[in-house]
Structures are given as C-alpha cells and as structure tokens.
Design a protein around this ligand. Structure first.
Ligand code: AMP
Length: 611
C-alpha cells in the first residue's frame, strides 16, 4: 500500500526544471516500488547475465549460464565476507581474470568498509557503473524532502565531509572508503548538490582532518545566513563539528576578524579556496566570540545558522545515541535520516523524513541489487533455504539482509538485522535494528549492540533527569581481569547547562551509581541471572572520561587509516592501546550499588507440550 504522506509524486507542481526533475524522481520511486518484484527479477537476470562466466558463478556454483531465480536459489550458496576472501585477495593481488565479475565489468577499485575481518578492514569490490546506481539512489532523497520543506533550493547546505588518503592493493587497484571515492570523483564535482554546499571541494578533499574541518567550519560561518540545512553522513560527524567549534572558536573568530587565514592552515589549495570566501568581518567575529564564551552549546546550531530548517544526518543504529546531543545543540530542529547504505551497496531511502528519529524506516530500492532476507526470529534456522525475496517479507518480522550485487557479491550476508515496518507500494520499509554480533560477554551472558544501546539510553535518561548531564558518547568493554568479570562502560558527559564540558566531579556521584544499576536493570535476562543467581558477573562500572576523549579516539582511528567521514565509535573496545587511552582519561568511576531485579524464567509450555 502506498504511503499516505503529503505531496505524493503526482501532486508536486511542475513549474520549474528543478521541480520537474523532482516530479520525475518521485514518479520513479512510485514505479520501482510498485513493481518491486518484477524489478528484482530483472535485476537478478541482469546480474547473472553479466557475471555468468565468472570463476565464482560458473565453476564454484555451477550456474552454467542460468539467469533465473530457481536455478540461482538452488545453486548459489549464502556466504559471508570470509568465504569470498580468497577470491578478493587474488583480485587485490592483480589477477585480472573474471573471478567475481564478468569480463566486461572488471573490478575497478575496492571500498574499505568500516567492518573488519580478522582485525583487518574488509575490501569490498566495485565496478564502473555501480556509482551511477548509487548516485541515482542518493538523488532520490532531496525530491522527497522538498515535498515537506519548501525553499531549500534558495539556500546552501553546510555538510561536514572528509576524505582519507587512498591506498593501493599489491595489484595496483585503489582501496579507499566509498565516500572518499565519491568525493574525489568528477561525478561529485558535477552534482547539482555539490554547488549548493558551503564547503569548497578543496576543503573536503584536504587529507589533514584538522585543516579540512577548520576550513569547512570557517566557510560555514561566513555563509551563516545562507545555510538552510546542516549535516554530516553520520550523526557523530555533526556532534564532532560542533565540538570542534566549541574548541576552536577563538581561532575562527580571529581569522574572520582579520579576513585572512592564519598560518595553521598550510594546504595551498585550501588556502586558495578559503580566500575566495573569507573577508574581514568584525561583526561576525564578535558574534562568534559571544557564542564561544557562552559555552555548553545549547541551541548553538539554530543561533549560528538561523535559517537552518533541519539536520541531515543518519541517526539510526548505533547513531541513535547522538539524538539527545543533536537536540541539545540544535534546539530541537527536525532531524532527517535519509539514507541507508554501505560499502557493499546503497540500500534504501527514508520516504517519510519528517518522522521521529526513533521511527525512521528505509524503503529498499529494488533497482540497486537483488535483495533476500534471512529470518532471524521465530523458526529461524539460518540456512539459505529460508531466504525470502524482497516483495515477500512479512511486516513485523526481523531479517538479516543478504545481497546479490552487480559488483560480484552473491548471496552475501551484510550483517545488518532489519525489521519490516510496512510497505511503500510493494516495496517493504525496514527499521535498522542492529549490526549482528555480540558485543559484551564475561560468562554465558551475551550482550549485543541493541541491548547495550537500550541500557545506555535508559541510564542516560536517568542522568538527564537527576544529574543534569547528557551522555555525549560511550563505549564499553568486558573486564575479566578479576573474578567475576564485569562490564565497564565509558561515558563522556556534557552538562546540560552552564559548563562546556562534563566530568565525574560535575555530576552527583550517587546519580552515576544509580545509572550503573539502571543499566543493569535494562540488560537481558541471562546477564541478570549471572549477576543475581550465578554470581558470575560483577557489578557494572561506569567510568566517566574527560571531555574530548572520544575525539581523541576518533583521531587515533583516523591516523591509523579509518575514514574520518565514515568513522563510527566502536561500542566495544578491546585493543590495549585504546583501553589504555580511555583509562588514562578517567575522571571518576562508579559501581552498581545493588543487584538488579531478576526472577527465574517462566518456561511457557502449552498444556499439550506438557503432556
Ligand atoms: P560501511 O561499510 O563502513 O559503509 O558501513 C556500512 C554499515 O553502516 C551498514 O551495513 C550498517 O551497519 C551501517 N549503516 C549505514 N547506514 C546506516 C543507517 N542509515 N542506519 C543504521 N546503520 C547504518
């Protein structure tokens, strides 16, 4: 059933070329979602036709040129990245034979995913025309938003985007994060959107993270009245940018006062680009200093960029925990979480962008790849025979996403678990539930990202209510140094009012103790059994780290090759260097003062089963 949101495709007035383009895109969305199943059949046929002669599909799977669903289902196994690694390694080492993709569609580069395998980043192959499909999907977001927010074409977007230094595989193929690849491409420079950004391309492409951020912030400040939306790919990027402003406003104000960049920006192309924007503006400098002195940053986005209509950034999955901080900084501006994508493939668009961040669902676009879904609830066995096609998933159920792409991934498990929340025409809408995998375990307990997120959210709500502080960022680790082992949660805090940074001393210790217990109450039954009945888990500990610690973690990751634009705080840390860094920044630590509630599980046998 079609979404009953206002401004459906046919109702958009086509009075200008831009509006006509929007109308075309909205009509396209209606078409592909109405014909989702037929389109999926066509996409699978195309993928198999172009990749039929590959070593993988022909020799390994024995597909013998078939392009139909039935043969595909019978012959092609479901795989994980590790299964494809030997093939990927050969391509990376220079083997140009058709291994995963057909002769007319060689692998052109690798995207380095934020996912890892055996401690190394995953290398995801891509082909020339995949970018066109991804850009097509990306281009669907603005027409959807324009239906709800008029006048966006009159202003600019302040987006904080970053690139990584590219690397080459031994065989000479580029390996870089997907966003780096996009920003460096000619495609990006030609996008209508890129001309409507306040950040000069040279600033985005500057590999020095400080200089890039500084220049982007400076240009965003100079254009403050033109900015109609503020964003970054992930919510953590917006938070990082505002933190950067709060740490660097004096320098920014000085440069704006003088109308020239100080020597700290050394990249010549950045200097040249910023010189085209920067003029002496003492009034703006005064305003920035006043904002900086104010500290805390409550409502700062709406004040500095007063025409901002919304924040454009992903706030689902592990990014959900930034929503309170974004609200704090923006004074409650709407947040649009528009796209769901990965290095492997761009998946979907949020067709109801006005919804609350906790309600966001993405409609998978059936032209991107062939999508299958592995049930993870109910009778789930986890084998390929249970895979369900896109048009046949059931509302309310949870599935793991499995994709067959134009880029040589066949029945590949992405590792994301999604819940079907409804349909847009015949295409399902999905809520991102979690990334598969256990995060924390000290005994039989298994705490995954969703469990931990929920527990942190509950405790953070208590902290907001009784401690007057916000959890800006968090991570965790299972500490088994002493017996019984226990969970350690690292929190960086921000006082809701007044002081810019938070610390253990700034928040009542009793409240933080209660937060530990609140978190334990929210953790799963097996955890609480371990705590209460088995005594196999010790009291949960919160370690408050000083302001800026999570930025240091990000800097460390970026200095070691992570993408600044795609960086996501790991919700669990194990690397000794990172643990050491965190522990050296602890300002106070707190332990759960009591046992959480727990009662033996009531096994629910039906009367028949009992007999
Ligand atoms: P990467 O391969 O580094 O691009 O990371 C891709 C992964 O990031 C996806 O498989 C998801 O786990 C996560 N991700 C991407 N977009 C979203 C989104 N809109 N909501 C939640 N998680 C996302």
């Amino acid at each position: 059933m079609a979404d009953s949101t206002p401004g459906a495709a046919t109702r958009t007035p086509a009075s200008s070329p831009a509006k006509e383009m929007d109308t075309d895109k909205l009509r396209f969305i209606e078409e592909v979602t109405t014909n989702a199943d037929a389109m999926q059949e066509r996409v699978l046929g195309e993928i198999l036709a172009r990749n039929a002669e590959t070593e993988y599909l022909a020799s390994k799977c024995g597909l013998a040129g078939a392009t139909d669903r039935a043969t595909f289902r019978a012959k092609v196994p479901m795989v994980e990245y590790e299964d494809l690694l030997p093939y990927i390694r050969r391509i990376a080492n220079g083997d140009r034979s058709p291994i995963l993709t057909g002769p007319g569609h060689p692998v052109t580069e690798f995207f380095t995913s934020s996912g890892t395998s055996g401690g190394e980043r995953k290398l995801i192959p891509t082909v020339e025309d995949e970018r066109h499909r991804s850009l097509l999907l990306g281009s669907l977001a603005m027409p959807v938003i324009n239906q709800y927010v008029p006048g966006l074409d009159k202003g600019r977007g302040l987006y904080f985007h970053f690139v990584n230094l590219e690397t080459k595989t031994p065989g000479g193929l580029l390996a870089q994060p997907v966003l780096t690849s996009l920003f460096k491409s000619d495609h990006f420079k030609k996008l209508p959107l890129s001309g409507a950004l306040t950040s000069p391309v040279a600033a985005i492409l500057c590999p020095n993270a400080f200089q890039s951020m500084y220049a982007q912030m400076l240009c965003g400040l100079c254009h403050r009245h033109d900015v109609v939306r503020v964003g970054a790919t992930f919510a953590s990027g917006v938070v990082r940018a505002i933190t950067f402003f709060l740490d660097n406003w004096e320098k920014l104000a000085a440069d704006i006062d003088a109308g020239t960049l100080a020597d700290r920006i050394t990249d010549p192309s950045v200097r040249e680009a910023v010189a085209g924007v920067l003029r002496p503006d003492p009034e703006l400098a005064r305003f920035i200093r006043a904002e900086g002195y104010e500290g805390g940053g409550a409502g700062i986005i709406a004040r500095i960029w007063p025409n901002t209509k919304y924040l454009d950034t992903i706030v689902t999955g592990s990014m959900a925990q930034y929503v309170p901080t974004l609200n704090h900084y923006s004074g409650g501006l709407p947040i649009f979480s528009t796209l769901y994508a990965s290095s492997e493939c761009a998946f979907g668009v949020n067709l109801s962008p006005m919804c609350d961040p906790s309600e966001v669902s993405y409609t998978i676009m059936p032209f991107m790849a062939y999508f299958e879904f592995l049930p993870v609830d109910g009778e789930a066995r986890g084998d390929a025979s249970q895979l369900v096609e896109l048009a046949h998933v059931e509302a309310g159920r949870e599935y793991e996403l499995v994709i067959t792409t134009y880029t040589g991934l066949n029945r590949y498990r992405v590792g994301d678990v999604l819940r079907v929340t409804g349909f847009h025409n015949a295409a399902p809408r999905f809520r991102f539930v979690r990334r598969k995998g256990v995060l924390l375990s000290v005994d039989a307990d298994k705490t995954d990202q969703a469990d931990l997120q929920r527990a942190v959210e509950r405790a953070a709500a208590l902290l907001r209510r009784h401690g007057g502080a916000i959890v800006v960022d968090y991570t965790s680790r299972a500490c088994t140094k002493s017996f019984p082992g226990h969970y350690v949660i690292y929190w960086e805090l921000l006082k809701a009012k007044g002081a810019q940074s938070g610390g253990g001393a700034a928040v009542d210790g009793d409240v933080l103790d209660r937060c530990c217990l609140e978190m334990e109450e929210a953790l799963n039954w097996v955890y609480r059994e371990g705590r209460v009945a088995l005594c196999s888990i010790g009291p949960l500990e919160i370690r408050v780290v000083r302001s800026g610690t999570f930025q240091e973690l990000a800097d460390l990751a970026v200095s070691r090759g992570a993408s600044a634009g795609q960086y996501k705080v790991p919700r669990c840390v194990t690397a000794p260097r990172i643990v050491e860094l965190l522990d050296s920044r602890v300002v106070s630590s707190h332990l759960s003062p009591a046992l959480p509630d727990w009662a033996p599980e009531m096994l629910s046998f039906s009367p028949k089963e009992k007999e």
